[in-house]
Design a binder for this molecule. Structure first.
Ligand code: DX5
Ligand code: ZN
Length: 214
């Protein structure tokens, strides 16, 4: 299982060092939560911040866009150094066109599904995706509790993946992951878990990453 460190949980006054710290602690991915105060009721940071963090690590940057109009800003996030660009299924735009545009930039593409959204909604796009994020909290804030009632979505998605014989698609849980809840991810064999507040609040991040992975 890979661990993706959500920068939303770090000390914003020293983001660069925080990124270095989790890299040294052997996380696999840096997860960057972009919020526009419209798609979700909170504002976080944008492409300029991500660009400035790029020089602190060689780990892959997974940019999680919780914004209403991702299409408008794709180029900015590509230029900021994103390796994977994830946007939400629930936006009002042509999903396939955005997927194509992200691929045109040579980046990996992911779709995220909110807790209240049926997983079946993403089935028409599965063949084009590198990543699916199953939200295990309502997006917008770190430090919320893991929603167990989202776990069933993994099996449904895996059935679909089998059915169309799709290779290389990763499944990720985002929200509320800690040492207790990661066992649910293990049970259904999720590929990646995001960890924000739990990781950054822990005294020994290396030890925490080791424990999460085991
Ligand atoms: C929620 C974000 C998550 C969040 C995870 O809107 O998408 O990535 O930062 O934080 P924790 O691990 O604190 O739930
Ligand atoms: Zn996220």
């Amino acid at each position: 299982m890979k661990i993706s460190a959500s920068i939303l949980g770090c000390d914003f006054s020293k983001m660069g060092q925080e990124v270095k710290k989790v890299e040294d602690s052997k996380v696999d991915i840096i997860h960057l939560d972009v919020m526009d105060g419209h798609f979700v009721p909170n504002i976080s940071f944008g492409s300029a911040v991500i660009k400035s963090l790029r020089e602190y690590t060689n780990l892959p940057f997974e940019v999680h866009l919780m914004i209403s109009d991702p299409r408008k800003y794709l180029k900015d996030f590509v230029n900021a150094g994103a390796d994977t660009i994830v946007f939400h299924m629930e936006i009002e735009d042509d999903i396939l066109e955005i997927i194509r545009e992200i691929k045109k930039y040579g980046k990996k593409v992911g779709l995220a599904v909110n807790p209240e959204t049926d997983i079946e909604k993403i089935f028409p796009y599965v063949e084009y995706l590198d990543l699916v994020i199953i939200m295990t909290v309502h997006p917008g804030f770190g430090g919320q509790s893991f929603m167990k009632d989202q776990i069933y979505k993994v099996r449904k998605l895996k059935d679909k993946i089998m059915e169309i014989n799709k290779k290389g698609l990763e499944i990720e849980f985002d929200g509320g992951v800690n040492l207790d809840t990661i066992k649910f991810a293990k049970e259904v064999d999720v590929d990646i878990c995001v960890s924000g507040s739990f990781l950054f609040n822990s005294k020994n991040t290396s030890q925490t990453v080791k424990l999460l992975k085991s």
